[in-house]
Design a protein around this ligand. Structure first.
Ligand code: ZN
Ligand code: ZN
Length: 311
């Protein structure tokens, strides 16, 4: 059937085309940004939802039951987490070097850090290296896992749950490193052009459609690669999970945590997405926010209503 062939071919081409398109779009539309902040991320969300409809995935699981939770998580991590993290982390980053080293961490001028193109390369490598190891620690350290595990309780990858995570977990992996680089004194424009390069692929990694990565599976964190990171069954030979990269996957290849099986020339997908310990998805956002910090207390009336009667 030619239409099926066309659909398959387009499923291979769609990711590279959209990566480039959204990278370009990010720098357009300053007027729209004033009216609708982060409009390009919202457009990205809608586009990925469109891909999920077009390229239907055979193990798809409906996320309708957790829609409210997904909307809250998106609003919090897109609009609030970054600002709050900057307010807390920046004073600490400025205070500690001044107090203990007697000098600012910031360089006198960004030229001291090398030419512009070199700074872009360094930022891309440092950011992806940091995020790989932070993400790996978030699986290995008990407290960090208690924060991160909610992201792994989702039962399918969808555009809607890319941001589902405790905000501290989200900030540690996605925001802190950019603040550190800014404080060190990297060229702000070099940071500005690398942010979308890293974040667009990271967002696409949660596309629930059956889009193919092809050769990109060895360079970027594609949906095919990230699904195995969310597999309910940890692949054999891997300890906590595999494919820890957030935007680039080559660190996993380098450090031996890469996993993407093939059969008859095609990539194989995990049958079940979910918590490796079998915990069900959490639809209560307040629990995701407060429970890892020991601050979650159900309201008294809710406690009474949900109490199981004694036998
Ligand atoms: Zn993870
Ligand atoms: Zn994920």
């Amino acid at each position: 059937m030619p239409s099926r062939k066309i659909l398959y071919a387009s499923s291979l081409l769609i990711l590279p085309i959209l990566y480039v398109a959204f990278y370009t779009i990010h720098f357009q539309g300053h007027v729209i940004e004033q009216w609708l902040p982060r409009w390009d991320r919202l457009l990205l969300l809608v586009t990925i939802i469109g891909l999920e409809r077009l390229y239907t995935y055979k193990y798809a699981v409906s996320q309708r039951a957790v829609l409210k939770r997904d909307i809250i998580a998106n609003v919090v991590n897109l609009y609030v987490t970054g600002a709050v993290a900057a307010m807390i982390v920046l004073p600490v980053l400025v205070f500690i070097p001044e107090h203990f080293l007697g000098r600012k961490l910031v360089f006198a001028s960004s030229e001291q850090l090398g030419p512009f193109w070199f700074q872009v390369m360094v930022i891309l490598l440092v950011v992806s290296f940091f995020r790989y190891w932070m993400h790996r620690m978030q699986h290995e350290n008990e407290f960090l896992w208690s924060l991160h595990s909610y992201h792994h309780r989702v039962t399918d990858l969808k555009a809607s749950n890319a941001e589902v995570s405790n905000p501290i977990d989200f900030a540690l992996r996605n925001i802190v490193i950019f603040l550190v680089l800014g404080i060190i004194g990297f060229d702000p424009f070099a940071i500005l052009i690398t942010v979308p390069a890293t974040n667009i692929t990271a967002t696409f990694s949660h596309c629930g459609g059956d889009v193919k990565g092809g050769v990109l599976n060895y360079f970027f964190v594609t949906p095919e690669v990230h699904r195995w990171h969310h597999s309910a069954k940890t692949p054999e030979g891997h300890k906590h999970s595999c494919n820890y990269g957030v935007e680039f996957i080559f660190w996993d290849i380098l450090f031996g945590t890469y996993y993407l099986p093939h059969k008859d020339g095609q990539t194989v997908n995990p049958e079940h997405i979910g918590h490796p310990g079998g915990l069900a998805d959490e639809s209560n956002y307040m629990k995701i926010l407060l429970a890892p910090l020991g601050l979650y207390r159900p309201l008294p009336w809710f406690k009474r209503a949900s109490r199981i009667p004694a036998e």
